[in-house]
Ligand binder design. Structure first.
Ligand SMILES: Nc1ncnc2c1ncn2[C@@H]1O[C@H](COP(=O)(O)OP(=O)(O)OP(=O)(O)O)[C@@H](O)[C@H]1O
Ligand SMILES: [Mg+2]
Length: 307
């Protein structure tokens, strides 16, 4: 005798085929979901990365690093935009760019211009710059006076259209030597903070302040995903025990963060800006160029930068 009457068998086969259909659909939707998740990861890893080069301490190699890392990346085919956010405009002049009235991001901060219209090409292929000039210093006090809503997110809003355009793989922001409004805005806009530390006595002084600032920005919800991209040791003097001791000390304290590339103290690196040239043009075979090229390669790997 048949275990299932004919009617039941038909029902069962319908249920089975429905189940197969559901399973098929589930498989398809899992496949689509996985594909979408994969695309989201790929898109995220391919999107423009914003780097803030900041440290409230003055003269620690922020500008030298912003300029030569930007050039180093561009030479390796990474489409790079350098944003000069310091009223000293050292990054602007280091690339031989003339300061011009209205050239900085000043009015873009207050919604009176777009950042795109401030972009100018440099002599280096794949490298553009948004220059600075003295007026940018006024942003510090004016943002506070205006009590503009979202005053920490102004730079992010200004840079978002450039980021969304997909025109650049990396945006590098050179910050002034303070943790004021401009540097805070750059930390809110950035994906990664790169901290330059001079290989000298008291190198770590002030490091805790910037790390606490990063923590506050994350916790405030202004940029929960801000990462400390790395610590770069600058003005390293291989001949001195002090330089080596400082590098060892900081590498032991932050083993994951310190870049393998160390920037040597080099007269050529100090001279290059006065000729309006990057170290790659001024002294392409010297120790400074080799070190900034090594840093560029390390950044391409560490941050999955690809054009
Ligand atoms: N590796 C180096 N070797 C020798 N001189 C260097 C090196 N790096 C930077 N310098 C010089 O040291 C001075 C300070 O460097 P830089 O302007 O890059 O520092 P900074 O942190 O941007 O300063 P600020 O805080 O004033 O913006 C400059 O004169 C620069 O040319
Ligand atoms: Mg500087």
């Amino acid at each position: 005798m048949n275990a299932f009457p004919r009617g039941n068998a038909i029902k069962l086969s319908r249920i089975a085929s429905n189940l197969a259909e559901i399973r098929g659909c589930t498989r398809i939707s899992i496949f689509i979901f996985k594909r979408q998740a994969l695309w989201a990861i790929i898109e995220k890893s391919m999107s423009t990365k914003i780097f803030s080069i900041a440290n409230q301490k003055g003269g620690v190699g922020k500008t030298t690093t912003a300029v030569n890392l930007a050039c180093g990346l561009a030479r390796r085919g990474i489409r790079t935009l350098l944003v000069d956010l310091d009223s000293q405009a050292n990054a602007t002049s280091a690339l031989g760019i003339e300061k011009k009235v209205g050239g900085s991001l000043y009015n873009a901060f207050f919604g009176e211009a777009s950042a795109e219209e401030k972009i100018i090409p440099t002599g280096t292929k794949h490298l553009d710059i948004i220059p600075s000039e003295a007026d940018i210093a006024a942003i510090e006090s004016e943002l506070l006076q205006l009590r503009q809503e979202n005053y920490l997110g102004c730079l992010k809003s200004v840079l978002d259209p450039i980021k969304d355009s997909g025109k650049y793989d990396a945006i590098i922001i050179d910050c002034p030597p303070s943790l004021g409004m401009l540097s805070m805005n750059s930390l809110v806009a950035a994906n990664h903070l790169i901290i330059t530390l001079q290989c000298e006595y008291l190198a770590m002084e002030g490091l805790s302040q910037i790390l606490e600032t990063v923590e506050r920005i994350r916790e405030s919800g202004n940029n929960p995903e801000l990462s400390i991209g790395g610590i770069l040791m600058t003005m390293f003097d291989v001949r001195t025990n002090l330089s080596r001791a400082i590098v060892d000390d900081i590498s032991n304290t932050f083993p994951q963060l310190v870049f393998k590339a160390k920037i040597p103290r080099s007269i050529r690196l100090g001279e290059a800006p006065s000729y309006g040239k990057s170290i790659f043009e001024y002294d392409p075979n010297g120790a400074g160029a080799l070190a900034y090229d090594a840093l560029s390669k390390e950044c391409i790997r560490r941050f999955a930068l690809r054009s």
